[in-house]
Design a protein around this ligand. Structure first.
Ligand code: FES
Length: 277
C-alpha cells in the first residue's frame, strides 16, 4: 500500500503516537479505522485543499474546523450555503463537484472531507433536501433551543445578553443544528453562533479573512462543521470552563479548544487523494 500521509502531516504523527496508548485505546482504534476507510477509496478529487475555519488553540486537534457559510432568507430563516454543482473533467472522466467562488475564495465540499463526512448523503450533490439549518435534539443541544424545526433570526434576538454557566459574559448565543440531513442515515452536525465578537471581527478583519467573513457571515451569525478534527467528536461552544475554554469551543474527548472568533486559513490533504505516482 502506498504511503497515505506525507511526513508533514500532523495527523499521521498523532496516529502513530496514540496507537497502543491504553488511555485512548478505544477512541484511537475507531479513529484509525475511520481514516483507513476513507483513505482506501478511489475516485476523483482530493489533494491539497485550502479552507477557512475556527482556529484550534489548545489540545491535540491538528487543525481548524471548517466554516459553513450562512444565508438568511427573506423570512428570516438561516441556511448553510452549499457550493454550486459543476461538471468538471478529472482524470479523463466528467464528474460533478460542488465548488464556487465566495468572496474570492474557492468554497468546496472538499472542506468537509474528514471523519467520513464526505460519504454522508447530505454532502453529495444528489442530496434532495434543502439547505436550511434545523435544531438538533440530543446531548449536544442547548437548554434554550427547541429540539427540532428551522432556525430563525428571532430566536437569537437576545444574543448580546444571553449567558449560561460557562465563560465570562454575554458575548454570543449558540445553537446545535443539523444541515442537509433530512431523511439521511447520518446527520451533519453544525454549530451556529450569533455574537457581538464576530461582528467586531468582521468589522476589523482585512485581506482574505476579511473577504471570507464578509461573504460567509451575516448579521453576526456564523456556522462551522462541528466535528473535531482530532478524532471526530462533537465539541460545543460555551460548554465547559476547562482552562479558559468557557468562551470558546471545547471538545471533551481529549480537551481540544477552538476559538470561534479567530478565523484562519488552513490547508490539508483532502480524500480521496489522487493516485500516487
Ligand atoms: S480532542 Fe480528540 S476528538 Fe476532539
Amino acid at each position: 500500500m502506498s504511503d497515505k500521509y506525507p511526513e508533514s502531516s500532523g495527523r499521521r504523527r498523532f496516529v502513530k503516537g496514540v496507537v497502543g496508548s491504553a488511555g485512548v485505546a478505544g477512541i484511537g482504534t475507531a479513529g484509525v479505522a475511520s481514516i483507513d476507510m476513507v483513505t482506501n477509496q478511489s475516485g476523483s478529487g482530493g489533494g491539497q485543499t485550502t479552507y477557512f475555519g475556527v482556529e484550534n488553540t489548545g489540545g491535540p486537534a491538528p487543525r481548524a474546523m471548517p466554516m459553513v457559510p450562512i444565508e438568511i432568507d427573506d423570512e428570516g430563516y438561516l441556511r448553510g450555503v452549499y457550493p454550486e454543482i459543476q461538471e468538471v473533467e478529472q482524470q479523463g472522466q466528467t464528474v460533478e463537484v460542488a465548488r464556487e467562488d465566495l468572496g474570492g475564495i474557492t468554497y468546496a465540499t472538499d472542506w468537509f472531507q474528514y471523519c467520513g463526512i464526505q460519504d454522508y448523503q447530505g454532502l453529495q450533490p444528489s442530496y434532495d433536501g434543502d439547505n436550511y439549518f434545523r435544531y438538533a435534539g440530543g446531548a449536544s443541544s442547548y437548554d434554550w433551543q427547541p429540539s427540532s424545526g428551522q432556525v430563525h433570526v428571532d430566536d437569537f434576538s437576545d444574543y448580546d445578553t444571553w449567558e449560561n454557566d460557562y465563560g465570562e459574559g454575554a458575548i454570543g448565543k449558540p445553537a446545535s443544528v443539523t444541515w442537509r440531513s433530512q431523511d439521511t442515515d447520518n446527520s451533519i452536525p453544525v454549530q451556529v453562533i450569533r455574537s457581538t465578537l464576530l461582528e467586531d471581527a468582521v468589522a476589523n478583519a482585512d485581506g482574505e479573512v476579511g473577504d471570507w467573513l464578509d461573504a460567509a457571515t451575516t448579521d453576526g451569525f456564523m456556522a462551522f462543521l462541528n466535528k473535531c478534527t482530532h478524532y471526530c467528536c462533537v465539541p460545543g461552544y460555551r460548554t465547559s470552563n476547562y482552562e479558559g475554554a468557557g468562551d470558546k469551543i471545547y471538545c471533551a474527548c481529549h480537551q481540544s479548544v477552538y476559538d470561534p472568533y479567530s478565523i484562519v486559513k488552513r490547508s490539508f490533504t483532502a480524500y480521496p487523494r489522487p493516485e500516487d505516482g
